[in-house]
Ligand binder design. Structure first.
Ligand code: HDD
Length: 702
C-alpha cells in the first residue's frame, strides 16, 4: 500500500488513521492561553511519529547515496552460470545501487579518505541478488573475527568521539601496525582511490572469490568487477579537504544531479573466471581477501552493463532502508570458503534486525524481490503480508503440500557440493601469510604522481598519530613492503626506519602454534600490473565535467559562445560564476549567473575558463576569491583556459605557466591561452586539456 505520492495536490491532510485534520497550527488547549490537553490525539500522533523518526544508522557504511537503474548482459553466460539474469541479452534486470563511505557517521563528509562501498541489488526473476562490494579489490583483514576490531580502531576514538570520518588517528594506526595482513589494503587506502572525483568514476569489486555454477552443476571460481564508462578519477588531497568544507554532499549531489540531468552513470560488469582445477595455480590463495588476481594474469571479461537512470523518490524509504547481504544469492552464484566472506554471511541479516528492527525487512518496498515469495515464515514486527489459510508448516496435506521445495532442475538453489575433508580448527592456512608481495606490486604499478601521493598520504596520516611508537612500528611495517617508501615517509615524520622491532611480525602466533609457520613471508618482486594505475584509465572524454566560467559585467560574448559550444558538444556542463547572482552583462547578450564567488569554490569544478573583455577582467582582478580560484585550479592540476585580456589574471602562476606565449594558442602544463579572441582551435585545445582530468606533472616541476 503506497501513500503520500509526490503529487498530492488537492488532497486533505489527515491523521495516520485517515481522519481529516482541521487545524495543523495549534494544539488543543483549555482556552486560547490555557494548558494543552492530553486529549489532543492529533498533536500526540504527530509528535510521537516525529520522536521515532530516526533508526540506528549503519554501524559501517552509514553515509551513502543510492540510485535505481538496470543491468543487461551482452551475451548468454550459460557456459559458466545458470543465473537467469545472466542468460538473455534482451533482458533488463532492475537494480538499486548504494555507494557509501565506511568510517564516517551518516552526516559526515563525502570526501573522507576512505574505502567506498559499492552495493548492487539485482531484482532478478529468481530472487534478489546482492553484490555487496567496495571500490578497492582487497580488504584489511583475512578473517571476519577481526572485523569488529578493525572498525573499532578506525571509528572516532571512544573517549572523545574524535576524529569524524578519518583514519588519521592513533587507534587506527595502532591496530594496522600490528596487522601485517592489512598492508596491501593500506597501499590502496593511502592512494588516490580513497578520494574519488565521483561515485560515477570509481571501479567496483566483489573482493572475494565467488563461484559460478552452470546448469550441469559445474562450478568455476569468479571475481566480480565494475568498470566505469567515464574512467577512474580522483581528486587531490588538498582539494578533498576543501570540498569537505565547501560541499560535504559533493558525491551525493554529483550522483543526483548527473541522473537528474540525464547523464546516466554507466559501468561495465566484468568477471575473471578461474576453472576449479586452477585453484592452486596462483602464488597466493584465491580464498585470501587481501589478494587480487592481476588482470594481466586473468583478463577481465566484460559481460554486461549497468545504467543508473532514476533517482530515489525518498532518501529514507530507499537509500536508508535498503538492506544488502552478500548471502542474497540466486541459483548459479555460490560462495567460496574465504573466511572473511563466511563471516559476512552471518553479519548482514543480524545487523538488519537491529537497524530495521524486524525480520520483515524484506517487505520494505526497496527490499522486496520481484520474484514471488512463498514460505511459512510468519508474523513478527510490522508484518505487511496478510497470509491466508491455516497452513504455516511443511510437510502438510491441508495446503496440498504447498509451497513445494524446488529441485535443481526447477531452479531451486542447491549449494555447491564442495568436498571438505578436514579437522575442525581455529587456524589460518600457511598460504595466507604472504602479506607484502601484492602490496609491493600495487606500489610498483603506480605512476610517479600516484606514488608520491601515497607517500604524502602516509606522512599526513602518521603525522596525525601522537604516539611515536606507533609511527615507528608503521615505518617498520612499510619497510617490509618497500624500503624506499618507508624511508620517504620517515623523512616526513623526522624518523629513521627501525631495522628491527622484536616480535612485531609474529603477532598472530597462537600460544600453542609453531612461530615459523605464522611468520609473514618477505615481499617478492612480481611483475607490475598496469591495470592498477589510474594513470592508465581512458582520458578521452569531458562528458559530465563541470566547467566554471569566471565572468563579470562586460565579458566578451563571442569568447563565451565559442568555448561553451565546444564544451557542450563534448558533453560537459558550463556554470557561470560572477561577483553577484542574477544577470551579468556581456558585450552582446547577458547571461544568468549560476553562482557568485560566495556560493561556490574552485574545488567544486573540473576546470575553469576566463573569457576576455576589458571591463570584466578588471572587475575580476579586484575580487580576492578570483585569485584563489585560479591558484587552487593550478594547485589541483586542473585545466585552466583564458582568452583575450583574461591572460592578465594568470600572471601569478608559477613555472611560466602564466606568461603569454607567441602562438595563437598556447598550452603549458594544461593552462591553455588564446592570444586574442577564443577561436575554435583554442576551444579544442581546452577540451583536450580537460579530458586529461589532471595535469599531475605540475606537482613535480622544480
Ligand atoms: Fe560489510 C555494510 C562491503 C566486510 C559487516 N559492507 C557494508 C556495505 C558495504 C560493505 C558496501 C554497505 C551496504 C549498504 O550500502 O547498505 N563489507 C563490505 C566489503 C567487505 C566487508 C566489500 C569485505 C570484503 N562487512 C565486512 C565484514 C563484516 C561486515 C567482514 C562483518 C563480519 N558490512 C557489515 C555489516 C553492514 C555492512 C555490519 C553494516 C550495514 C549493513 O551491513 O547493512 O553487516
Amino acid at each position: 500500500m503506497e501513500r503520500n505520492t509526490a503529487d498530492a495536490s488537492g488532497q486533505f491532510m489527515t491523521t495516520d488513521q485517515g481522519t481529516r485534520i482541521n487545524d495543523d497550527q495549534n494544539s488543543l488547549k483549555a482556552g486560547d492561553r490555557g494548558a494543552t490537553l492530553l486529549e489532543d490525539f492529533i498533536l500526540r500522533e504527530k509528535i510521537t511519529h516525529f520522536d521515532h523518526e530516526r533508526i540506528p544508522e549503519r554501524i559501517v557504511h552509514a553515509r551513502g547515496a543510492g540510485a535505481h537503474g538496470y543491468f543487461e548482459v551482452y551475451e548468454s553466460m550459460a557456459p559458466v552460470t545458470r543465473a537467469a539474469f545472466l542468460q538473455d541479452p534482451g533482458k533488463r534486470t532492475p537494480v538499486f545501487v548504494r555507494f557509501s563511505t565506511v568510517a564516517g557517521f551518516r552526516g559526515s563528509t563525502d570526501l573522507a579518505r576512505d574505502v567506498r562501498g559499492f552495493s548492487v541489488k539485482f531484482y532478478t526473476e529468481e530472487g534478489n541478488y546482492d553484490l555487496v562490494g567496495n571500490n578497492i579489490p582487497v580488504f584489511f583483514i583475512q578473517d571476519a573475527i577481526k572485523f569488529p576490531d578493525l572498525i573499532h580502531a578506525v571509528k572516532p576514538e571512544p573517549h572523545n568521539e574524535i576524529p569524524q570520518a578519518a583514519s588519521a588517528h592513533d587507534t587506527f594506526w595502532d591496530f594496522v601496525s600490528l596487522m601485517p595482513e592489512s598492508m596491501h589494503m593500506i597501499m590502496w587506502a593511502m592512494s588516490d582511490r580513497a578520494i574519488p572525483r565521483s561515485y560515477r568514476m570509481m571501479e567496483g569489486f566483489g573482493v572475494h572469490t565467488f563461484r559460478f555454477v552452470n546448469a550441469k552443476g559445474k562450478a568455476s571460481f569468479v571475481k566480480f568487477h565494475w568498470k566505469p564508462k567515464l574512467g577512474v578519477h580522483s581528486v587531490a588531497w588538498d582539494e578533498a579537504l576543501k570540498i569537505s568544507g565547501n560541499d560535504p554532499d559533493f558525491h551525493r549531489r554529483d550522483l543526483f544531479d548527473a541522473i537528474d540531468h540525464g547523464d546516466f552513470p554507466e559501468w561495465e560488469f566484468g568477471v575473471q573466471i578461474i576453472p576449479e582445477g586452477d585453484e592452486h595455480k596462483f602464488d597466493f590463495d584465491l580464498l585470501d581477501p587481501t589478494k587480487l588476481i592481476p588482470e594481466e594474469q586473468v583478463p577481465v571479461q566484460r559481460i554486461g552493463r549497468m545504467v543508473l537512470n532514476r533517482n530515489p523518490d525518498n532518501y529514507f524509504a530507499e537509500t536508508e532502508q535498503v538492506a544488502f547481504h552478500p548471502g542474497h544469492v540466486v541459483p548459479g552464484i555460490d560462495f567460496s570458503n574465504d573466511p572473511l566472506l563466511q563471516g559476512r554471511l552471518f553479519s548482514y541479516t543480524d545487523t538488519q534486525l537491529s537497524r530495521l528492527g524486524s525480520p520483515n525487512f524484506h517487505e520494505i518496498p526497496i527490499n522486496r524481490p520481484i520474484a514471488p515469495v512463498h514460505n511459512h515464515q510468519r508474523d513478527a514486527h510490522m508484518r505487511q503480508t496478510v497470509d491466508k489459510g491455516r497452513v504455516a508448516y511443511e510437510p502438510n496435506t491441508l495446503g496440498g503440500g504447498c509451497p513445494m521445495q524446488a529441485t535443481f532442475k526447477d531452479a531451486g538453489f542447491v549449494s555447491y557440493a564442495e568436498r571438505i575433508d578436514a579437522k575442525k580448527v581455529r587456524a589460518r592456512s600457511p598460504s595466507f601469510f604472504d602479506h607484502f608481495t601484492q602490496a609491493r606490486m600495487f606500489l610498483h604499478s603506480q605512476s610517479t604522481p600516484e606514488y608520491n601521493h601515497i607517500v604524502s598520504a602516509l606522512r599526513f596520516e602518521l603525522g596525525k598519530v601522537a604516539t611515536p611508537a606507533i609511527r615507528q612500528r608503521m615505518l617498520f611495517m612499510l619497510a617490509q613492503v618497500d624500503r624506499e617508501l618507508a624511508a620517504a615517509v620517515g623523512v616526513g615524520l623526522g624518523m629513521a626506519v627501525p631495522k628491527k622491532i622484536e616480535g612485531l611480525l609474529n603477532q598472530s602466533i597462537p600460544a600453542d602454534g609453531d612461530p615459523k609457520r605464522f611468520q609473514p613471508t618477505p615481499a617478492r618482486d612480481v611483475p607490475p600490473s598496469p591495470a592498477l594505475s589510474m594513470a592508465n584509465t581512458p582520458k578521452d572524454s569531458i562528458e559530465t565535467r563541470q566547467i566554471a566560467f569566471l565572468i563579470a559585467d562586460g565579458f566578451d560574448s563571442s569568447d563565451i559562445a565559442t568555448v561553451r559550444k565546444a564544451l557542450l558538444a563534448g558533453g560537459a556542463q558550463v556554470k557561470f560564476v560572477a561577483p553577484h547572482l542574477g544577470q551579468v552583462a556581456g558585450s552582446q547578450d547577458p547571461v544568468e549567473a549560476d553562482f557568485s564567488f560566495l556560493t561556490c569554490n574552485s574545488v567544486l569544478f573540473d576546470a575553469i575558463y576566463i573569457p576576455g573583455g576589458r571591463k570584466s577582467v578588471d572587475a575580476l582582478k579586484k575580487i580576492p576569491d578570483v585569485g584563489v580560484f585560479v591558484t587552487d585550479a593550478w594547485r589541483h592540476c586542473k585545466a585552466i583556459g583564458a582568452s583575450g585580456e583574461a591572460d592578465e589574471l594568470l600572471v601569478g602562476l608559477p613555472h611560466g605557466a602564466g606568461t603569454k606565449g607567441k602562438d595563437p594558442v598556447n598550452d603549458r602544463y594544461g593552462v591553455v591561452r588564446a592570444q586574442g579572441k577564443a577561436t575554435t582551435a583554442f576551444a579544442a585545445a581546452l577540451v583536450q586539456s580537460i579530458a586529461q582530468h589532471r595535469h599531475w606533472e605540475r606537482e613535480t616541476l622544480a
